[in-house]
Design a protein around this ligand. Structure first.
Ligand SMILES: Nc1ncnc2c1ncn2[C@@H]1O[C@H](COP(=O)(O)OP(=O)(O)OP(=O)(O)O)[C@@H](O)[C@H]1O
Ligand SMILES: [Mg+2]
Length: 338
């Protein structure tokens, strides 16, 4: 539609929220298709009434809400159109500086970003772009966080599939709904995020699975093969062993997120306490925290910061840190007993 027509439509829809949103979405989609990602993202944020809030506060731990702290992803809005029942647009509270990645993963992501920025050039040659990514690894090691940060870095909207809603759709409708979601993702540049992917892509030979799930996996394989997404499909799982064998080759890149080694624990603690002026050397605790996931480390750091606030200290003390660490140790022991 011509730009003038679009603006006319937008003004005419004043007072009619649905019509206004539809006209605005068309304008945003046009900007996205022209690859004006930053403008498109800013327009989308404005459209969503600034619900995303501030994302990069220098003292994030004090401004982040409980929900943000827990999930790292904040809802912006439901996806427009037919897929809105199963998709939610989200934004991340994190910047790339806060994600601690192995050298290997850092390289994979930076190469993907370079490739995305050169996508026009690559597409002109007829070569395919990598667009289907599988994130694997234990809980709390950065799969969801990295999906959010990657989306933010390349400026595409991130749509999270509501897997629970999808799986509980009427018997026989799951495959149809996956198709609708995939269709949505081919119409506009975006990242489609399938978290808990194992729930959908469980091995078909698993004796406990009924035939409905087998049908879903068959359709899913077919849909992934055919998917010509204008962005990325990212699937994430921490049960990669239960994935159907036929899933692996459908993905252009498989990225493993591991628990942090000593060096990465050190880096994580230093990043989190950058503005907290600890009166102890975080390095001394690196061996004690062996085996912790990033999510557990994060809880210790937030706990220590919280303790320092309670004590009205302007820095994190050894006492604040140890108290939070002991608390996490207790929690881990209790979970291990179950
Ligand atoms: N690599 C990392 N660098 C920095 N912080 C991290 C990293 N991984 C996880 N965290 C912290 O842990 C929290 C939870 O991480 P995330 O949600 O990405 O885990 P996940 O791998 O998706 O886990 P799950 O398999 O349970 O979904 C994040 O919000 C962040 O605070
Ligand atoms: Mg996750």
């Amino acid at each position: 539609m011509a730009r003038g027509e679009l603006i006319k439509k937008l003004l005419e829809s004043y007072g009619d929220e649905n019509a206004f949103r539809a006209a605005a979405e068309v304008i945003i989609s046009e900007e996205e298709s022209k690859r004006n990602q930053l403008l498109a993202k800013a327009l989308r944020r404005t459209l969503n009434n600034g619900m995303s809030g501030s994302k990069s506060s220098p003292n994030r731990h004090q401004t982040v809400s409980r929900k943000q702290e827990a999930k790292g992803l904040m809802p912006l809005a439901s996806a427009p159109g037919i897929a809105n029942e199963f998709l939610e647009e989200v934004d991340t509270a994190y910047s790339h500086k806060e994600v601690v990645l192995s050298a290997e993963n850092k390289k994979i992501f930076s190469d993907l970003i370079v490739e995305f920025r050169a996508s026009d050039k690559i597409e002109k040659t007829g070569l395919p772009l990598r667009s289907k990514l599988l994130f694997c690894g234990p809980p709390g090691c950065g799969k969801t966080m990295s999906a959010g940060v990657f989306a933010r870095e390349i400026g595409l909207p991130l749509y999270v599939v509501k897997i629970d809603r999808l799986m509980s759709s009427f018997l026989g409708e799951t495959a149809t709904n996956i198709r609708k979601i995939f269709e949505f993702a081919t119409k506009q540049p975006c990242i489609l995020f399938l978290d808990e992917f194992d729930a959908l892509a469980r091995a078909r030979d698993d004796a406990s699975e009924h035939s409905e799930l087998r049908r879903v996996v068959n359709s899913l394989l077919l849909f992934i093969d055919r998917l010509k997404i204008r962005g990325y499909l990212i699937a994430a799982t921490n049960y990669e062993k239960s994935l159907d064998q036929a899933i692996w080759r459908r993905f252009d890149e498989i990225i493993w997120f591991e628990k942090p080694n000593f060096q990465m624990i050190d880096r994580f603690l230093k990043t989190r306490f950058k503005n907290a002026r600890p009166d102890f050397s975080v390095h001394d605790y690196v061996h004690e925290l062996d085996g912790y996931s990033y999510a557990e480390l994060e809880r210790v750091c937030i706990g220590a910061l919280r303790n320092s606030v309670i004590q009205s200290r302007d820095h994190v003390s050894k006492f604040d840190f140890e108290k939070a660490w002991q608390n996490e140790e207790r929690r881990r022991k209790n979970i291990a007993k179950r």
